[in-house]
Ligand binder design. Structure first.
Ligand code: F6P
Length: 557
């Protein structure tokens, strides 16, 4: 970074000055005065059309945002990431998920060695395994084909594969089904195993570390369940595979390392769906479609790596996000897919964004003097419209939002998709235009309302408008467009983390709770068991432990 902190840069100061005048920015007026605004503030790349014209930006603001990117050395940092520099400094690791989806002929160096042969070898092992499963050559212990996958993993070893597998449902191989178990709540596992046949089930244990409490607990219980159904210990090898970086722990668990698929420490958990962690995706939609997903991401990578900042989608949208967060004080960002198949995208992006940029210490170890990652949330449209959009339209906090839709649905049933698209277009328009009091009054009086009624009702029916949104359109949701969409968000997150001067690739904030849970575990009683009441916690935690133990001791089952 050219400046020790982004807020020391001239561009940051210029942006602060522009923000001080931002109350005069009116989106409707900006559109009226510039008929080319939508065209000028839209970019098409890797099958995505991104229209960012309904954000509270002007050429002057964009110019300063781009200067901020230059002041902070964004392009240099991007090049360092692609070059394998150990930009994840707190874990001393390279960040090379882009290598996982690049062409075989390209080189990526980690500690001086080209990692591409490793990636290609593992990809061909995935292909080979998919072929053997799909052709029925790899069967279960009773000789039946394994048509059911149960992926056991959590966080990055779950959210990406779940989201993609759901999103690409139309590409699913007929007769195959995939279940995902993540929560340590036994209900999650039990509800899945109750639905499956052990003789046709393949358990995929997905864990980068192979030490995660939730995953190891679920994996152990799944193996116990499998053995309880009548299988022998020697049958486990035919029904359990592992996706991990930790061969030793996989071996100790009892999975044959021949059935272990590897990835490496330069793949962050939340950036790992492109690696062997994508195995459940490939098993469900086929290896060829999995490679199309990688190809879509690769196209976005190439756009990100080569386009100048003013035409670079992830960089521009990251900068607009910084404008929102740091200069307009917008603390939440909604992800609103108008496609039911993308219903897990907001959950996926919650981890991708919030685990990456939910930090308040800079890479140099100083407290940030500015805000970082916003709260990310969302639901598919139109469901969200009947739930939380009220707050987005009329709440006291301004919230920015991404509206995402395919122009063509996989299910063009009647006029469903036209209705969905009408809503996809109407909501950003409504958020931008709002409805002034005078218009509400005029409408009420035209409908015959009395003066008293108008006075009472009108303030509730006005909309402030001027609320920023971005529209992301694709022709159809395909493996390629989905790959590009995910890569777009990954790079946007990278750019924002870089400008904020934080490390987007570690996640120390998840550790403390894990350790405290381990301490509390032995203090909790089994059903019917008596536990001592002496605890070393605050009185709230101790009292709750005692309450739980009392209830569990007195319970029959
Ligand atoms: O909860 C933190 C985390 O480390 C995530 O970053 C990661 O995706 C998840 O746990 C699962 O980790 P693993 O793949 O090692 O089981």
């Amino acid at each position: 970074m050219t400046f020790s902190s982004p807020d020391q840069s001239p561009a940051w100061r210029a942006l602060s000055d522009l923000a001080a005048q931002s109350s005069s920015l009116n989106l409707t007026r900006l559109f009226e005065t510039d008929p080319t605004r939508a065209e000028r503030y839209s970019i098409e790349a890797a099958g995505l059309v991104v229209d960012y014209s309904k954000n509270l930006i002007t050429d002057e603001i964009l110019e300063q945002l781009i200067a901020l990117a230059a002041d902070t050395g964004l392009e240099e940092r991007r090049d360092e990431m692609f070059a394998g520099t150990k930009i994840n400094e707190t874990e001393n690791r390279s960040v090379l998920h882009v290598a996982l989806r690049d062409k075989a002929e390209n080189k990526y160096l980690v500690d001086g060695s080209d990692i591409m042969p490793l990636i290609q070898a593992e990809l061909s092992r995935i292909k080979d395994f998919c072929d053997r499963i799909h052709s029925g050559h790899f069967t279960g212990y009773t000789g039946k084909p394994l048509n059911t996958v149960v992926n056991i993993g959590i966080g990055g070893s779950d959210l990406g594969p779940v989201m993609v597998t759901d999103a690409l449902t139309p590409y699913g191989i007929e007769g195959r089904q995939t279940h995902f178990v993540s929560n340590v709540d036994g209900t999650h596992l039990i509800e899945v195993v109750n639905k499956i046949d052990p003789e046709t089930a393949l358990f995929v244990i997905a864990s980068k570390t192979f030490t995660t409490q939730e995953t190891m607990t679920n994996a152990t219980s799944a193996r116990d369940w499998f053995l309880d159904t009548g299988a022998e210990a020697s049958d486990v090898a035919k029904h359990f595979i592992a996706l991990s970086t930790n061969a030793e722990a996989v071996g100790k668990f009892g999975i044959d390392t021949a059935n272990m698929f590897r990835f490496w420490d330069w793949v962050g958990g939340r950036y790992s769906l492109w690696s062997v962690i994508g195995m459940p995706i490939a098993l469900q939609i086929g290896f060829e479609n999995f490679t199309k997903l990688l190809a879509g991401a690769r196209e976005m990578d190439s756009h990100f790596e080569n386009e100048p900042l003013h035409a670079n989608l992830p960089a521009l949208l990251a900068l607009i996000g910084i404008w929102h967060r740091n200069f307009l004080d917008i603390g939440a960002h909604a992800v609103l897919p108008y496609d039911q198949y993308l219903h897990r995208l907001p959950a996926y992006l919650q981890q991708a964004d919030m685990e990456s940029n939910g930090k308040s210490v800079t890479r140099k170890g100083n407290a940030t003097s500015y805000a970082t990652g916003p709260v990310i949330f969302g639901e598919p449209g139109t469901n969200g419209q009947h739930a939380f959009y009220q707050l987005i339209h009329q709440g006291t906090d301004v919230i920015s939002a991404d509206f995402i839709a395919p122009a063509i649905s996989h299910n063009e049933t009647g006029d469903h998709h036209r209705k969905l698209l009408a809503n996809f277009l109407a909501q950003p328009e409504a958020l931008m235009r709002g409805k002034p009091l005078e218009q509400v009054v005029a409408e009420l009086s035209a409908s015959g309302a009395s003066d008293d009624e108008i006075e009472r009702i009108a303030p509730h029916r006005k909309f402030p408008g001027n609320r920023p949104t971005t529209s992301i359109l694709m022709k159809k949701l395909t493996p390629e467009t989905l790959g590009a969409l995910i890569a777009f968000y990954e790079h946007k997150i990278f750019c924002q983390g870089h400008i904020w001067g934080i490390n987007s690739f570690d996640q120390w904030g998840v550790e403390l709770g894990k350790i405290l849970a381990k301490n509390i575990l032995p203090e909790l009683s089994d059903i019917g068991e008596e536990k001592p009441t002496a605890h070393q916690h605050d009185s709230s935690t101790s009292t709750l432990i005692d309450r739980i133990n009392q209830i569990r001791k007195d319970a029959d089952s």
